[in-house]
Design a protein around this ligand. Structure first.
Ligand SMILES: Cc1cc2nc3c(=O)[nH]c(=O)nc-3n(C[C@H](O)[C@H](O)[C@H](O)COP(=O)(O)O)c2cc1C
Length: 185
């Protein structure tokens, strides 16, 4: 599968990095926003090291590379995941505001009728956030909040990260055993 993964400046960078790791077998293009690079420093430490790690999983682009392949429908990407997705980027996508490679690529997915998954992380959410999410959901966008469950009794942060990543893979119809599926009986 030909996939675009975008990391933006919301909290939840470890989820985006883990997702890149499990998607490395696909044809993966990764776009990292400038603000995501700042949040990387806060959440995982050395941004240069993290970007080098991401570069091992796919082809990396800066948000300013508006002439890169994901910016065009003719590149025939199957799907795009924005993880984590800031409320700013979500708002830009909901309003067709293509100011960088991430929002342009998402706009392309929408106009071409391809799959788009957004993994927002914010709490609490305002009516503006909810309206933007509802608008996108009605357009067929999958809104998959970065909200781990507890019924599988996570022992460590990695278990909670893998729960969200597993849900994203489920949405992409990629088989995975990243979390324990519900089976109460
Ligand atoms: C440490 C840190 C954590 C942040 N967490 C969030 C968040 O969880 N959700 C969000 O919408 N914005 C969050 N922000 C704010 C975004 O980074 C900010 O809105 C930024 O403009 C997003 O830009 P981008 O979408 O181009 O990456 C955070 C900022 C910092 C510095």
């Amino acid at each position: 599968m030909k996939i675009i993964l975008a990391l933006t400046g919301a909290s939840g960078i470890p989820i985006g990095i883990r997702l890149a790791e499990v998607l490395k077998r696909e044809e993966l293009s990764i776009v990292v926003s400038e603000n995501a690079k700042k949040v990387i420093e806060y959440e995982v430490g050395d941004a240069k090291k993290a970007l080098a790690e991401l570069g091992g999983y796919g082809k990396i682009y800066d948000e300013a590379e508006i002439d890169a392949p994901p910016a065009s429908g003719s590149a025939l990407f199957d799907t795009m995941v924005v993880c984590p997705c800031s409320m700013k980027t979500l708002s830009a996508i909901a309003n067709g505001y293509c100011h960088n490679l991430i929002t342009r690529s998402a706009d392309v997915m929408l106009k071409e009728g391809r799959k788009l998954i957004l993994v927002p992380r914010e709490t609490p959410v305002s009516a503006i956030h909810l309206e933007n999410m509802l608008k996108l959901s009605r357009l067929g966008v999958v809104i998959l909040p970065a909200s781990p469950a507890f019924y599988h009794k996570p022992k460590k942060i990695e278990d909670m990260v893998d729960f969200v990543v597993g849900k994203i893979l489920d949405s992409l119809r990629i088989e995975n055993k990243l979390y324990k599926r519900w089976n109460a009986r």
